[in-house]
Structure formats: C-alpha cells, structure tokens
Design a protein around this ligand. Structure first.
Ligand code: NAP
Ligand code: HSE
Length: 438
C-alpha cells in the first residue's frame, strides 16, 4: 500500500465537519480511487468542546490554524475557516511556505489574495486547489482550467450564490418575506458568516472574479466589478416579471468586449422557459460560451455542507493521485506570472434590454412624459403594463412596468433622471437588466 496522504483541516463548521465525516465514512472507496489512504492527522477550530457530529478520536487538535499549517505531520492543509484576511490568509501562507499543498473553499480570500497565493504556490511547486470556492458542488474550476484547454472563452455567466437563489425562489413560490427566506438559508448552512455578502452580491462577485481570471487569463479583479444585490427586490417585482414571462435571478456575467472585460453582478430578468430560468433554490448554474465547444451550462448544488465537501474532497483526491515531479495545472489556468493586467469595460456602455418598474402619481401627462423621455434617448419600448390605482395619501398611485428593446445603460440612466425630475414618480425606479440566457 502507498503512503497515506496526511491532511490537516482548519475549520470544522458547516463544510469542515462534512469533510471530516465523509473522509471517514468513505475511507475505503477513497483509498481505492486514489491508490492511497487519505488520513486526517490534525484539526483546528475555535471551540474545542463543541460537538461536531464527527468522531475526532486519534486526531491531533491544534490551537490555531497557523500551528496546524506549520505542522510537519501534514501533507495538505485544508482551509475551511473563511474570511479574506486574518487566520485564513496567515495559515495558507504558512502552509505554502512550509511546503504543504493547500485546498480551500474560500472565495473571498482568493478574490483578494488569489494571485499572490498562486505565485507562492507555483514558485514552490505546490498545488493550490479551490473547486469548492465557486458554485459549491459543481466542478466548474476543473472544467474551465483543464477540460476547456482547446477553447477561447467569450462569456461566462451564472447563478453563483445559493443563498440568493434560494431566497428568490422561496419568495416567488411561497410568497414569504425576504427576511424569513434569509433566516431559513442561514439555518440550512447556505449563507456566509456575514450574509450581506450573499444578498448584496459580493459573494457572487468574488466567484465571478475567479472565473473571469481563468476564462480570460487576467489578474483577479473583484474590486472592479459592478455589483448590485437582491435586497431591493420585492414581491411586486417578482410578480411583474412573471406576468411578462421572466424570472428574476442574481447573475454574475463576464464577457470580453472591444474595450476590455465587462464584469457585472446584478438582479437579472431571464426568460421563464430558459434553462437558467429553471434553476431553482440552492442550485447554481454556470454558463460558458467558448469557440470550440460552443455553449455549456453546468448546474448543481451551490452551497451546503455535503455538496461543498464533495468539491473539497475531490481537490484532496487530485493531490493524492498527483505524481511526484508532475506539473499540475497552474492555479488560474496559466502561470500566475503570465496573467494579463485586467482592463474593465465601462458599465455605461453595457447594451441590453431593461425592465423598469415605476410607481407614479396617477395624473394627466404622466404617460406622455415617460414616453417622451424614452423616445428622446432613443429607447424603444417592447411593452408597457400598468396596474392601478392604489390610494396613496392624497392621490392615487399606479404601477407602470416598461420593458425596453436593446439600449445602453447610459441612455437608461439619462432617461430616468429626466423622468425623476418631472416629479411624477412616487419612489425611485426599480431597474432590472434583461439577459439573453441559455
Ligand atoms: P462556518 O460554518 O462558519 O465554519 C467556520 C469554521 O471555522 C468553524 O468551525 C469555526 O470554529 C472555525 N473558525 C473561525 N475562525 C477561526 C479561527 N480564527 N481559528 C480557528 N478556527 C476558526 O463556515 P462554513 O460555512 O463551513 O464555511 C467555511 C468556508 O467555506 C468559508 O470560506 C465559506 O465561504 C466557504 N464555503 C461555504 C459553503 C457553504 O455552503 N457553507 C460553500 C462553499 C464555500 P468554531 O466552530 O469553533 O466556531
Ligand atoms: N454562501 C454561499 C452561497 C456559499 O450561498 O452560495 C457557497 O459559496
């Protein structure tokens, strides 16, 4: 029998406890598949007394992630602590400097420090795997980094946050409030320690930044991404979307344009009947458009302990199977030294259709004003739907939903500023982009 691969797990929460439990329960089949046993030799978390639902007898407990990362009794350091700095960052640096391969599910950290860590890993000839960091259980990193070597990618997009998709699905299906849906997602272990990352789009942006780097060979640039979350989406938007044949999804989209790379995260109208429109609940989906293969849509569970553990253990198994001296795929698909500088395309130039929901005072001249401002900005309307009139204080209010043909972000902004200035609106317009979806 070959020598066991010795792993240290830092973090025994939703993901870490699942990883430890599955490594134990599937130890025989993993040994067969990898050609050697995978043995957990060290663990750490904050609270040593907490019951994790997994037997840790015979495994050394370390007081800190850094102490575990520096141990000479591990070959692979598995970071499942979370956070883009502090213990997670320090321990991964320590593990690489100590000559240990690293597996992490930490997209926030990779979005901020991924290139630095890739340079360190590649310089040391070590593996830095992170399949679980993007789209949970979907093997998208491996697909993009290895299986699509024959392709130039033109667009990558997807539902990349399980919590946000779970909330939007439950709001539509069960008509329950945003807050109740979020509480359920937290109870199920889907949400980040700080759930604003999920609902305000930052977690999607972290994942998109990683996919963009692999797709386009550029340095990771999460801070350049245009980000809007779902916290302003109401049941009224969801109903209006449905009436017009759409569903609202939080999408991350990256594409190459003539002026750079357009990266954006925002609520998006996708056709009800499209494949991505059918991706519900905690399920994620990643669409890839590439020259040789054409279009791919990968879908599967995007969050949760076991689904994420599946990706983490797949990464560990790849290390167990790797041959000494064999050059692994570079961390971002090409050597980190050769990643190109990132050039962000202007969001104002984004072209597409728009859904605009307005609450207006029900007065003579409102429609003429709306139509006039749209026409003056070359915006062609595909449909107008109005609902009314609800008593609002002194007057009656109506909801007007406009769907535009393709136009630019800049024209929409100019037209809506003019509409606002006319004083017909009761509240800020709700603007949701429409994406041609697979
Ligand atoms: P979690 O349930 O909050 O678990 C975090 C673990 O880290 C806990 O065991 C905690 O210890 C430990 N920890 C936190 N700070 C520590 C410190 N300073 N020193 C030692 N241990 C520390 O988080 P999670 O959901 O498992 O997520 C872990 C990572 O996976 C994050 O990067 C997350 O973004 C990523 N991820 C999560 C999912 C998911 O569905 N949950 C999916 C994909 C990726 P205690 O238990 O003692 O408090
Ligand atoms: N909080 C994340 C989500 C976990 O809901 O998608 C998976 O990355």
């Amino acid at each position: 029998m070959n020598e066991p691969l010795r792993i240290g797990i830092a973090g025994l929460g939703t993901v870490g406890a699942s990883v430890a439990r599955i490594l134990k329960s599937k130890s025989n089949s993993l040994t067969h598949r990898c050609g050697r046993p995978i043995e957990v030799t060290g663990v750490t978390a904050r609270d040593r007394t907490k019951d994790r639902g997994v037997d840790l007898a015979g495994i050394e407990w370390f007081d800190t992630p850094e102490a575990l990362a520096a141990s000479s009794d591990i070959d692979v350091f598995v970071e499942l602590v979370g956070g883009d700095s502090g213990a997670a960052l320090d321990s991964i640096r320590t593990a690489l400097r100590s000559g240990h391969h690293v597996v992490t599910a930490n997209k926030a950290l990779l979005a901020k420090h991924g290139v630095e860590l890739a340079l360190l890993a590649e310089e040391k000839g070590l593996i830095l795997n992170y399949e679980a960091a993007v789209a949970g259980g979907i093997p998208v990193i491996k697909t993009m980094r290895e299986s699509l070597a024959a392709n130039d990618v033109s667009r990558v997009y997807g539902i990349l946050n399980g919590t946000a998709n779970y909330i939007l699905t439950r709001m539509e299906r069960d008509e329950i409030s945003f807050e109740d849906c979020l509480a359920d997602a937290q109870r199920l272990g889907y949400a980040e320690a700080d759930p604003t990352f999920d609902v305000e789009g930052f977690d999607t942006a972290h994942k998109l930044a990683i996919l963009t780097s692999i797709a386009f060979g550029t340095r990771v640039a999460a801070d350049e991404i245009y980000v809007e979350g779902i916290s302003n989406i109401t049941l009224a938007d969801i109903h209006a979307a449905r009436e017009l044949g759409y569903r609202i999804k939080l999408l991350g989209v990256a594409l190459r344009t003539a002026t750079g790379i357009e990266q954006r995260v925002h609520p998006t109208m996708v056709p009800l009947g499209s494949m991505i429109g059918q991706v519900d609940s905690v399920t994620n989906a990643v669409g890839i458009e590439a020259d040789t293969v054409g279009s791919l849509l990968l879908s599967g569970p995007g969050a949760g302990g076991d689904a994420t553990a599946s990706a983490v253990i797949g990464d560990v198994a790849d290390i167990a199977k790797s041959l000494p001296g064999h050059q692994e795929a570079p961390v971002f698909g090409r050597p980190a030294k050769e990643l190109e500088p990132y050039q962000q395309a202007e969001i104002a130039a984004h072209a597409g259709g728009y859904f605009i929901r307005l609450t207006v005072h029900d007065r003579i001249g409102v429609f003429a004003s709306l139509a006039g401002h749209m026409a003056r900005n070359d915006i062609s309307l595909a449909s107008i739907v109005q609902h009314g009139g609800v008593k609002g204080g002194e007057d009656t209010q109506k909801t007007v939903v406009l769907v535009t043909h393709e136009t630019t972000e800049a024209d929409i902004r100019t037209a809506l500023e003019a509409v606002l200035a006319d004083g017909h609106l009761v509240s800020k317009p709700q603007v949701i982009r429409i994406e041609p979806a697979g």
